[in-house]
Design a binder for this molecule. Structure first.
Ligand SMILES: [Zn+2]
Length: 59
């Protein structure tokens, strides 16, 4: 079961750099696909929280 609807994921973009996002189901996160950004946004109750303040920085 996807974290978010594929049609929704398609129109979402990273709020920090506007790159597309990919789903990281194991972590329940949407991860920015930009190599230089790479922020990971949490998905809570099937709602993606696309806030830079809530995002996890890549290690
Ligand atoms: Zn980004």
């Amino acid at each position: 079961m996807p974290l978010v609807e594929p049609s929704l994921l398609e129109i979402l973009a990273c709020p920090a750099c506007h790159a597309p996002l990919r789903e990281e189901a194991a972590e329940a996160e949407l991860v920015c696909t930009s190599d230089t950004c790479g922020l990971a946004y949490p998905v809570r109750d099937e709602i993606p929280v696309l806030l830079v303040d809530e995002a996890r920085r890549p290690a």
